[in-house]
Design a protein around this ligand. Structure first.
Ligand code: SF4
Length: 439
């Protein structure tokens, strides 16, 4: 078969999508393709989309538009689109009518079929739309071309049952399905034997993981903590309603579980949380934080916050600011609420004017950043264990890595340090990172 030789993947969205792209890259490598440095030089371009934020939607259509010229000049150039947006019929309809030159559309549930779809398109020269409505059985054993040699993402569950009223994910990723614990353990052991020292367990709602009747998420952490050669365990993303006392205790008991948690709060107002269908109150959340800090005093905490959810009053927003000050987050991903088509909140009539949203957003960012800077300044003089990731993007002599508490730290290093855990003394705390020197 006379098939193209190079590919390029553009990924939007979260770490689940990043990991799906690693799987797509792994399958293409097995087919004999190699990675191209840019879309323009590639024989096959894949765009892996995200539907969570309006901004990612817009960027996807902008990126797709840029491929038109090359596709029209070179019909052999193959354009594939996949990911969460493809699970929405109105998106597929729009691509078919406005971008009819797209060759393959596939969804989040049938990534494993991509090699067959690509081969069929290359052979038959016919376009393919193949999107499964739900996931069926989890397909094990797919290859992955990892971004890093020493750390890896491991999907432990797929989908979400929570139906937060602003979120499209339960409609695009389907209901929760957990992998078997033994399959996860086997994968982690294989990764460790391949040089991986840190794994991040992935899922839309990892802490509702239910592997079998004896294995919930905390049990899985305890079992992974026994894997010889593995040094760090992280997870992403967790839901406050599923943060059990048992999982909090695992932080105290499991030395490989990093002292860091990303615990999305979304709002500091119980009234807004109820309208978001988050299933916890402000008080529940603050109780969880108190328990975490009691069990692991050095824990670092990050969160997601949505500003301007429909009906959010100035008092509700003040409660969010107050909660941010009380928790003292190390960092926070802050978002302006945007309507997602097909979600319950799309129908809420009390949408917040854009100027009010922006004004609140700026106040929130200011508060979050000043706490982050203050907390990072408190690290000066401490010696941190840092897993070295590689060169920083801004310099060819500055290396970058993560502390156990997930702080990004920059320091002068050497290539042989990459993938190792080394001691770095913190010399400066900035808003978003630390500076240090190797000792
Ligand atoms: S927990 Fe809520 S925000 Fe997270 S993926 Fe599920 S529905 Fe979306």
């Amino acid at each position: 078969m006379n098939r193209p030789k190079t590919y390029h993947i553009t990924t939007f969205g979260c770490q689940m999508n990043e990991h799906d792209s690693e799987t797509i890259a792994g399958m293409l490598s097995q087919m004999g393709f190699s990675e191209s440095p840019g879309r323009d030089e590639a024989d096959v371009a894949i765009i892996n989309t995200c539907s969570v934020r309006e901004n990612a939607d817009k960027r996807f259509f902008g990126t797709l538009g840029q491929l038109k010229k090359k596709k029209l000049a070179d019909p052999e150039f193959t354009v594939c689109v996949c990911g969460c947006m493809m699970q929405q019929q109105h998106v597929i309809d729009s691509i078919k009518s406005k971008y009819p030159w797209v060759d393959i559309i596939f969804g989040t549930h049938n990534i494993h079929q991509f090699p067959q779809l690509l081969e069929s398109v290359l052979r038959e020269k016919e376009k393919v739309v193949n999107v499964w409505e739900d996931g069926g059985d989890i397909v094990e054993g797919l290859p992955a071309k990892r971004l890093y040699k020493h750390k890896a993402f491991v999907n432990i569950m797929y989908g979400c049952n929570n139906f937060c009223t602003y979120c499209i994910v339960p409609y695009t990723r389907g209901r929760e399905r957990s992998r078997r614990p033994q399959d996860i353990l086997d994968e982690v052991k294989r990764l460790v034997s391949d040089g991986v020292r840190e794994v991040t367990l992935l899922g839309q709602n990892v802490n509702s993981y239910k592997g079998d009747e004896h294995t919930d998420f905390a049990d899985l952490i305890y079992r992974l903590n026994e894997v010889s050669g593995l040094e760090r365990i992280r997870f992403m993303t967790s839901h406050p309603k599923d943060l059990s006392d048992k999982l909090i205790q695992a932080y105290g008991d499991c030395d490989k579980l990093c002292n860091y948690i990303h615990l999305p709060v979304q709002s500091g107002s119980s009234r807004v949380l109820a309208r978001m269908n988050r299933k916890y109150t402000r008080e529940d959340y603050l109780n969880l934080i108190a328990k975490l800090k009691k069990t692991v005093p050095q824990i670092t905490i990050s969160t997601d916050i949505i500003v301007g959810f429909p009906g959010e009053t100035e008092e509700d927003f003040e409660e969010t600011l107050d909660l941010v000050r009380k928790v003292e987050y190390d960092s926070a991903f802050t978002f302006l609420y945007s309507i997602r088509r097909g979600t319950p909140a799309e129908k809420y009539e009390d949408q917040i004017p854009e100027d009010v949203k922006h004004q609140r957003f700026n106040r929130l960012v200011e508060t979050v950043n000043s706490i982050s800077a203050e907390k990072n300044a408190g690290y000066v003089g401490r010696v941190e264990k840092v897993l070295v990731e590689g060169l920083s993007k801004t310099s060819d002599r500055t290396y970058t890595g993560r502390t156990e508490e997930f702080k990004l730290i920059n320091f002068a290093g050497t290539p042989d340090m990459v993938g190792k855990i080394i001691d770095v003394k913190v010399t400066e705390g900035k808003t978003f990172s630390l500076e240090g020197e190797v000792i």
